[in-house]
Design a protein around this ligand. Structure first.
Ligand code: ADP
Ligand code: MG
Ligand code: MG
Length: 876
């Protein structure tokens, strides 16, 4: 019989896959002898089984749950569902990977009208009893029955107004009792049935709700962003309650062993007296810093500090902990490796190495490569910021600089972003429903909430700039405006945020690229020692190439030559080339382009300081370059000595039904060999010049795109070699060069053995290879990907994260067919996937020589490559 349920005393930290992160750490803390309210964990496998059984908890699982309830009753000396001595529990979600705020928790479960009356009386603390009950109804209605929080919050606000108080804690037992009655009426009104009174029914409802929450929309979005597979499922923890809402000797809080924003080695946290559950993170009241606890309850504070140290030493990583104090008795409710900013992650990893807590290898493994992005993000231009007028300061919740137009709802943020507007999302506070809007925004500004508020935690995870808790803002959500100081912001007004200082400015302030710290260099240095994959960059300009070199690129894996044609008056000559009728006309136009292109390549080679440079021949269909404006057409006609009508006819003739699969790539060279000749001349002449002038070793790699048939490749290669040899002979120098191909058409993979005989290298162009393998275009996929996510056909965007099953098989096939034929053949990838960590890992596993990523993703690729090597070596 499968074991579906584990008591906390039966598990430990190694059982994360089965018990989830929260469950395995509750078990580990129990094992360490820490004060943890006891309970049990229903496994992630039970969640999967629940879905397999058609969203039902089967009898076997049910029996094990009830059996564990009995064990918990014995530990507690209380009875679940009993009137006289009731056991109240929390029901908490907990997946393998932490997904803060994505799934739901229910507290004080097991209460009904009779039970509350009894405990209100027996405890002598009726306020506490009714506070528990109203919270329970609220959470149960929201989470289990999906009634929504809003109505309940409105009822609370109204009650506070009627009583003339501002804080929840000022409401009396009678008020809370009255609220409970109102809540239940609301429940009945919404659902047409009475609020459940039976504890077992409540428990099963809650457990199923947690299982269901695994599949809620915000959890699905979060998983997609964080590479968490749907198949993992979530565990459910059922735990005895510890009550932080019993009065002034009780409270609840969260803490980090190190500062999650900067990494500073100093206990940081917040707590609230007489509060429960999410009060601290929800920003309902403004919490006190953890250091204040020392004054209020010195013994509890000391015990807590000891525990935090013990936990950090035990896990050898920064811990994020949740605790509750029930009448001066401390309980630990959660610990996990804390989420942190990229900057903090680097500092903590380096500090832990210096403190002798971990080895360098572990430090490299601790950094989430996707997080590095934030470090590389822009900051405000120091000059511009000096002149800017600061309007106010909230908490520096997530670093970076952002400016954009003010929007007030997540939906607006998403919609405006889709139109290409940069936006800053301004909210009273955020909630998990806002996740997509937060993602779309450049920055997030909230009126309420601390450093551990939802907005702060989620923004840090996303690497989005966030300023939280700017309480001076006077918000007028209904009219989509707010006032800060004397300044009124309406929807669409520009605003700038500094997530590193918490400052807010009017208008859009100029930004400059990020500056990288010493810790970054140390981690990258260690990463370079472990990785096997080389990391190149996709760069079309010398500026990009220089930036990529600074970020550690070891070559260019893809230079798209067509990008060079758009600038300045180059486009004129290029258009002349396209609108030529004869080879002579075309050659004359190409003659004008040649020196410009040669100059570009020279600068590129110089920027790369002798590292390899792969240059791809002209790839897109020609119609992408032709003029659309009447004036431009006239200009072109004059230059060509043609009439406007003739030019229009030529443009008309370039029309294609499906340009993605049309006259492009090597097909262009087959029709117009003179283009390939010109590009070869530019590449070779530039190399000869740079070699001569700088003594740099230059070995150009010429890449022929869109090959599906070896004869296509051979045709173009012959042109390249003839032209190159002529240039080299004329110059009377020695120059090595390679001719290889982009592997981006499935047929190239299927016939890779033939192509390998001719090619010097294969570079997987996984953008096109993904398009061609799936048979849909990247530009149109956006129209249906959401439905594919909803229908669980796709869990992620295959253009962002490599489809290892399909596209990956084709890549492996190309390697397997190519390698035996040609020993010298080398392999790379230059699609978008070259900067995606899980795809980089795959590239390591199949034995590519290098990945090529856009400049800002180079560090991500370096780190991901190191992690792949470490993982593989250990055979994990
Ligand atoms: P999340 O995963 O969103 O952090 P949790 O399961 O940690 O959700 O629950 C949120 C909060 O509810 C906890 O931080 C804690 O304050 C409170 N809570 C959960 N279980 C208990 C319990 N057994 N006793 C007291 N408070 C609890
Ligand atoms: Mg929660
Ligand atoms: Mg928690």
């Amino acid at each position: 019989m499968t074991k579906w349920v584990y008591m906390f005393s039966e598990g430990d930290a190694t059982m994360r896959n089965l018990l989830g992160g929260k469950g395995c750490n509750l078990a580990e803390m129990t094992k360490l002898g820490l004060p943890v309210p006891q309970g049990f964990t229903v496994t992630t496998e039970a969640c999967t089984q629940y879905y397999e059984d058609g969203k039902k908890i089967n009898d076997e699982i049910l029996a094990q749950i009830m059996d564990s309830v009995t064990k918990m009753e014995e530990i507690a000396g209380k009875k679940f569902g009993d009137n006289e001595n009731p056991l109240l529990v929390s029901v908490r979600s907990g997946a393998r990977a932490s997904m803060p705020g994505m799934m739901d928790t229910i507290l004080n479960l097991g209460l009904n009208e009779d039970v509350v009356s009894v405990i209100a009386e027996k405890s002598g603390n009726p306020r506490w009893a009714w506070d528990c009950y109203r919270r329970f109804i609220q959470m149960y209605s929201d989470v289990v029955m999906e009634v929504g929080k809003k109505y309940f919050e409105e009822l609370i606000d109204k009650m506070k107004e009627d009583k003339g108080v501002t804080e929840d804690t000022d409401l009396s037992a009678e008020d809370l009792k009255e609220l409970s009655a109102q809540f239940k009426a609301e429940y009945k009104n919404k659902l047409g049935e009475e609020f459940p009174t039976d504890a077992k029914e409540q428990l099963l409802g809650a457990i199923q709700a947690v299982f269901r929450s695994w599949d809620n929309p915000r959890a699905n979005v979060y998983r997609r962003d964080n590479d968490i597979p749907y198949s993992w499922g979530t565990a459910v923890n059922v735990q005895m309650m510890a009550f932080g809402n019993m009065g002034d000797t009780s409270g609840t809080g969260v803490a980090f062993t190190r500062d999650p924003a900067t990494g500073e080695n100093k206990l940081m946290g917040e707590f609230l007296i007489n509060a429960q559950g999410e009060d601290v993170v929800a920003g309902v009241r403004t919490p006190q810093p953890i250091s204040e606890l020392e004054k209020i309850m010195p013994e509890v504070y000391k015990e807590f500090v000891d525990i935090t140290e013990k936990l950090e030493n035990h896990y050898r990583d920064m811990q994020d902990m949740e605790f509750t104090i029930e009448d001066k008795k401390l309980y630990m409710l959660q610990t996990r490796n804390g989420k942190r900013t990229a900057k903090a992650a680097l500092k903590i990893a380096c500090d832990l190495v210096d403190e002798g807590m971990i080895k360098e290898e572990k430090a490299v493994e601790m950094i989430d490569p996707r997080n590095l992005d934030t470090l590389l993000h822009p900051q405000f231009d120091p000059k511009a910021i000096k002149e800017a007028k600061e309007l106010g300061r909230g908490l520096a919740a997530s670093p970076g600089a952002a400016s954009g137009k003010v929007v007030f709802t997540a939906a607006d943020a998403k919609a405006w972003d889709a139109k290409g507007e940069k936006v800053v999302l301004v909210r009273l506070e955020t909630s998990p429903e806002d996740i997509e809007g937060m993602k779309a925004a450049q920055g997030i500004l909230t009126v309420r909430g601390g450093m551990t508020s939802h907005a702060a935690v989620v923004a840090r995870g996303m690497g989005t700039c966030c300023v939280s808790g700017l309480s001076e803002i006077k918000m007028d959500e209904a009219n989509k405006k707010f006032t800060l100081g004397d300044t009124v912001f309406n929807e669409g007004d520009a605003i700038s945020l500094d997530g590193s200082t918490g400052a807010v400015y009017p208008g859009a302030i100029a930004t400059i690229p990020a500056e990288i710290s010493g810790d970054f260099g140390r981690i990258m240095g260690w990463a370079d020692q472990f990785r096997v994959l080389k990391v190149r960059t996709n760069a079309d300009t010398p500026e990009d190439a220089k930036r990529a070199r600074e970020l550690g690129a070891e070559g260019i894996g893809l230079c798209r030559t067509e990008h060079m044609f758009f600038e300045g008056d180059r486009i004129d000559a290029f258009r002349e080339m396209i609108c030529s009728d004869t080879v002579e006309e075309r050659e004359a136009a190409l003659e004008k382009i040649l020196p410009v292109q040669q100059g570009d390549f020279e600068k590129l080679y110089e920027a790369l300081e002798g590292n390899p440079v792969t240059i791809r021949f002209l790839d897109p269909p020609l119609h992408e370059f032709v003029p659309t404006e009447e004036a431009d057409i006239k200009k072109l006609a004059d230059a060509q000595g043609k009439t406007v009508e003739q030019i229009k006819e030529i443009i008309e003739g370039l029309h294609e039904f499906n340009p993605m699969m049309g006259h492009r790539g090597c097909r262009l060279t087959v029709t117009y060999p003179e283009i390939a000749k010109m590009q070869t001349r530019a590449i070779i002449r530039a190399a000869i010049n740079v070699k001569k002038n700088t003594n740099l070793e230059v070995k150009p790699e010429i890449m022929i795109p869109l090959v599906g048939e070896v004869k296509e490749f051979k045709f173009v290669k012959d042109i390249v070699i003839a032209t190159a040899e002529e240039e080299i002979n004329n110059a009377g120098v020695k120059l090595d060069y390679e001719v290889g191909t982009m592997i981006e058409i499935p047929r190239a993979c299927l016939t890779a053995d033939a192509i390998a005989k001719e090619a010097d290298f294969f570079c997987f162009g996984t953008n096109d290879l993904t398009q061609m393998t799936y048979g849909f275009s990247r530009d149109d996929a956006g129209k249906f990907l959401d439905s594919y996510y909803d229908a669980k056909i796709f869990e992620y965007d295959p253009f962002a994260k490599l489809d290892q099953v399909g596209v990956g098989s084709l890549m492996k096939m190309a390697l397997d067919k190519g390698r035996p034929v040609n020993d010298a053949l080398h392999f790379g990838i230059c699609g978008e996937h070259g900067g995606d960590p899980s795809s980089v890992e795959f590239c390591h596993e199949i034995g590519l020589d290098y990945v090529s990523a856009s400049p800002f993703r180079v560090p991500i690729a370096r780190l991901a490559a190191a992690q792949a090597a470490i993982n593989n070596r250990e055979g994990k």
